[in-house]
Design a protein. Structure first.
Length: 386
């Protein structure tokens, strides 16, 4: 193959192989040229160059792909991601009206955990759509099914044509935090656009922490919250996005790059309430829900969801809900109520605690996490899973 990897953006190459598939034409995007600069193995260095591995070429189910693709589909200002399961290439670019910070690149966005999770989920959905449509066509052609649908009109097929980064939110020390993007999605036949404005922030965990006095007969999980003499521990803090200076809600926190669900849940309890909970004392309410089939028996498979989605119309956030029961001395419980000075001050947190009787929890907070956790907790007990 002609050429070297001391390439200039836009340099074309002849036929080559990539992951065993022949590529007739190739293109080095500005980002790829920067990553591959100084190497002399042509486009074959896409397989071995550590910079591209960091972009996720070995991520299960999704390949991030910024080195070559057919010229007819190329936007010279964009890189792209390649969704391997569905064999879908999606251009990725910054909005021309947005100037990203000089230290933030498309590679970093591609490597962000929420973006990788989102790409994996999108890839899986597109492949499921392709497979389902193919099966319907095949069965209809064989007269195996009688279905009232024109399988050739592609009316129910969703196309993803591109992703545009419109703005970014940086955390402390200029760490990449939230991403705002627009996804160009259309119904294939009509070419009518599908709403695709996304506030990308990733997953979080929340914990229904129940405290009870030591020495009472009831322990563990009570048949119903209506019979529970314990208290739910809520955190109270300002929530500026909803114009509230005081909001009572479950202790919660974002997942970071290294977070395990249970470990993060226990850490948030310690950080926001001062109470130490062992990971082994955590019950994953959403996990139990997902592993429960209609017959009421646990199953080895789970639903596709990563958790519960509080705002699926505009945000990728999923919430994993946990529960834990903590027995304490009556004096300790009394000191918890109204406790202040909690949270991470450097992050602007000033958290106080509120103890709410379990019997009154359903009408004591407008926090959707609280109500969802209470409902799951109660239903799982009724099903014998707690």
């Amino acid at each position: 193959m002609a050429g070297s990897c001391q390439q200039k953006p836009g340099q074309q190459f002849g036929s080559t192989l990539y992951k065993g598939k022949e590529v007739d034409e190739a293109f080095i995007s500005p980002t790829a040229a920067r990553i591959l600069g100084g190497h002399k193995s042509g486009l074959s260095c896409a397989r071995s160059h550590p910079g591209l591995e960091k972009l996720g070429t070995k991520q299960p189910g999704v390949v991030y792909f910024a080195t070559k693709f057919p010229m007819k589909n190329h936007n010279k200002d964009a890189d792209s991601i390649f969704l391997e399961r569905s064999n879908t290439r999606v251009p990725l670019k910054f909005d021309p009206s947005f100037t990203p910070p000089k230290d933030i690149s498309l590679e970093q966005i591609i490597g962000l955990n929420p973006f990788k999770d989102w790409c994996n989920d999108l890839d899986r959905e597109l492949e499921s759509q392709r497979r389902r449509h193919s099966q319907i066509k095949s069965a209809t052609a064989k007269n195996d099914i009688d279905i009232d649908i024109d399988v050739n009109d592609d009316a129910d097929i969703v196309q993803i044509n591109g992703i545009t980064i419109t703005s970014l939110v940086l955390f402390r020390n200029n760490k990449l935090g939230f991403v705002n993007l627009n996804v160009d999605g259309k119904w294939k036949k009509s070419q009518v656009s599908i709403p695709g404005s996304v506030f990308m922030r990733g997953g979080s965990v929340a914990v229904l922490l129940i405290v009870r006095p030591k020495g009472i007969e009831k322990s563990g999980y009570i048949p119903s919250y209506e019979d529970d003499d314990g208290y739910a521990v809520l955190t109270v803090q300002p929530r500026i996005p909803i114009a509230r200076l005081s909001m009572a809600e479950l202790p919660a926190g974002m997942l970071d790059d290294n977070s395990k669900f249970e470990g993060k849940a226990a850490a948030e309890i310690q950080e926001e309430t001062g109470i130490t909970i062992q990971q082994s004392d955590m019950v994953d309410l959403t996990g139990l829900m997902e592993s429960h089939n209609q017959s009421g028996q646990p199953t080895a498979t789970t639903l596709k969801a990563r958790g519960l989605y509080p705002s699926a119309g505009g945000c990728d956030e999923f919430v994993r809900l946990f529960a834990s029961v903590k027995e304490m001395d009556a004096e300790q419980i009394e000191r918890l109520s109204g406790k202040t000075g909690l949270g991470v001050a450097e992050e602007g947190e000033q958290i106080s605690l509120q103890l709410v009787p379990m019997k009154q929890l359903w009408c004591s907070s407008s926090d959707v996490k609280t109500l969802a956790a209470l409902q799951l907790h109660d239903q799982l007990i009724r099903c014998g899973l707690l």
